[in-house]
Design a binder for this molecule. Structure first.
Ligand code: CA
Length: 226
């Protein structure tokens, strides 16, 4: 069972989140000020931390910074009230993983927690090598070996490929790739995706012009058939 720590001084919000999280199957702990939150977070027992920005005793930025300085790498989703946008950048700079502005939808928050949990558990259990057709992807060395050819992958190419591998046979829209691989804020054009896919095809397909694995779904996006 995944454990979520809520650090938030508004009791109504805590109550609402607790109900929704427990209903979703999370185990919940909560703290109502920065000191108590930091203490609980430092135990390392939480899988994800929901961290409010404005808190009594010690604010969210301080809590986040302190945790990272002490090498606690628990994923953190920062939550701020509207009008505190300027703090957003700071939050991400000091090591928060995601960010939401109040009032937010609980469903959206849960979706983001799930995404973070998938990412972190996946990194723990990820196979180092995966085969796609004749090609072998080596995630530790950032290379694709295809016959006698050896292609180096950039970090972003690796993430795109990993995303496809995590959702085999699923039709993935360009927008979804942009959101989930590039992030919520960076929006390169969807053509960027096409360029990435073309390059990946050159590495994994026998014939990039007639792909057998990384297929185009017309009008929507792509899907991977490994
Ligand atoms: Ca607050």
């Amino acid at each position: 069972m995944s454990r979520v720590l809520i650090i938030e001084d508004e009791r109504d919000i805590v109550t609402g989140l607790r109900d929704a999280f427990e209903h979703h199957g999370f185990e919940v702990r909560s703290a109502h000020d920065g000191d108590q939150g930091l203490r609980l977070a430092l135990t390392g027992e939480a899988d994800v931390i929901i961290l409010d920005l404005m808190l009594p005793k010690r604010d969210g930025i301080e809590v986040c910074r302190e945790l990272r300085e002490r090498n606690v790498q628990t994923p953190i989703i920062m939550v701020t009230a509207r009008g505190e946008e300027a703090d957003r950048v700071t939050g991400l700079e000091i090591g928060a993983d995601d960010y939401m502005t109040k009032p937010f939808s609980t469903r959206e928050l849960i979706a983001r927690i799930d995404a973070i949990l998938r990412r972190t558990t996946r990194e723990d259990t990820q196979l180092e090598q995966v085969r796609i057709g004749d090609a072998t992807v080596d995630f530790t060395k950032y290379v694709i070996i295809h016959g006698s050819e050896r292609h180096s992958l950039t970090d972003r190419e690796m993430h795109v490929l990993r995303f496809f591998l995590d959702h085999p046979h699923e039709v993935i829209s360009r927008n979804r790739l942009l959101t989930e691989v590039w992030g919520y804020d960076a929006y390169p054009s969807t053509r960027t995706i096409d360029t990435f896919v073309y390059r990946l095809r050159q590495m994994i397909e026998r014939d990039a012009e007639r792909p057998e694995h990384l297929l185009t779904v017309r009008g929507v996006g792509y899907k991977l058939v490994p």
